[in-house]
Design a protein around this ligand. Structure first.
Ligand code: NAD
Length: 322
């Protein structure tokens, strides 16, 4: 836990989205003045609506691909948490949007931060920058050979961050997230697998597994991701560093399906199996030693995180799934 958060003002890009809204919430609880910058293409106002009357919160509907439209929002900001992203699901349909949002958008965020002397930038990246594992467990020195437009644009974003650091001495840190799940994650068919399985089971539908369910994910609960962001923000040793932000859990998808059915008392639903998804990486075995070495602990066990997500989705649907 962060005892003392040294920044008084923060800007969260993508603050209306899944992870961004949890960060906004946590920062407000730390009495930080927060600007939530989001174009609400994927994010939702309702994700932050509980705090809308909080005088510490400013919501700016703006687009990170429009430099002139965002630059003034960075005035007076001490720290930026850059979460905005073009949805993974659009990357095959519109890879150019991916490039613009994730690479050029990040460039704009960095440039605006430089213009206004932002002290620290924590950049959200992804395990997709690695591509196929060459060895396991994958640490931060693993080659980066992304196999998707999304991973490629996110890798470019990381590189821009490091170049801004080298050229202008900016304090940039990168967190590579893996399989984040929890309340507010999209539960439509493009959303996260945990939320999809829960939504389906709430609706009396069985989970559908692509492949045989043996594929392993390092599911990481959103509160732990927020914790990692605050830790990296406050650790001088994290400047210029890249960290895997993964719980280190190794959960087969089949186990996830069983847990969801158990927790919802729907063991009567028979899991359905479909063909493997092309390009599906079978085994995520991720080293989190580096971030643990600066004091991170991943506190949420998987069943506890699934239970919290079930509770939230029950509330969202009032007992009825959509
Ligand atoms: N969720 C995961 O499992 C996961 C895994 C790896 C990495 N990440 C990274 O975490 C970050 C947050 O992801 P998330 O899951 O919360 O996604 P999300 O889609 O819920 O949130 C992204 C937010 O960015 C906003 N946005 C999109 N384009 C924008 C633009 N041009 N200008 C301003 N705002 C824009 C969206 O409206 C949305 O609110 C991303 O950088 C993503 O790459 C997430």
């Amino acid at each position: 836990m962060v005892d003392h958060f040294p920044f008084k003002s923060a800007l969260v890009t993508g603050g209306g989205g899944f992870i961004g809204s949890h960060l906004v919430e946590r920062l407000l609880k730390l009495n930080v003045k927060v600007t939530c910058l989001d174009n609400f293409s994927g994010g939702k106002m309702e994700n932050i609506s509980t705090y809308i009357d909080n005088p510490l919160l400013t919501v700016a509907k703006a687009d990170i691909t429009d430099y002139d439209g965002i630059v003034d929002l960075f005035k007076g900001i001490e720290i930026v948490f850059h979460q905005a992203v073009s949805k993974n699901s659009v990357c095959l349909i519109n890879p150019r949007l991916d490039l613009r949002t994730n690479a050029e958008g990040t460039f704009n965020v960095l440039e605006a931060s430089r213009t206004h002397g932002v002290k620290k930038i924590v950049h959200a990246s992804t395990g997709s920058v690695y591509g196929e594992p060459r060895y396991v467990p994958e640490d931060e020195l693993h080659p980066t050979e992304p196999v998707s437009f999304y991973g490629t644009s996110k890798l470019a974003a990381e590189k821009y961050g490091m170049v801004f650091r080298q050229l202008y001495g900016m304090d940039v840190s990168v967190l590579r997230y893996f399989h984040v799940y929890g309340p507010r994650q999209e539960d439509n068919d493009y959303g996260g697998v945990v939320s999809i399985f829960i939504r389906r089971a709430l609706n009396g539908l069985p989970p559908i597994i692509f492949g045989d369910g043996s594929q392993i994910r390092s599911f990481t609960y959103v509160a732990d991701v927020v914790k990692a962001n605050l830790l990296v923000a406050c650790s001088p040793a994290a400047s210029g560093e890249i960290y895997n932000c993964a719980s280190g859990l190794k959960i087969p998808i089949r186990r996830l399906a069983d847990i969801v059915l158990e927790q919802l008392g729907r063991s009567d639903l028979r899991i359905q199996y479909s063909g493997w998804k092309p390009g599906d990486i079978k085994n995520f075995d991720i080293s989190n030693d580096k971030i643990k070495n600066i004091g991170m602990s991943f506190d949420w066990d998987f069943e506890q995180g699934v239970a919290a997500t079930v509770q939230w989705l029950r509330g969202k649907y009032g007992g009825q799934a959509g």
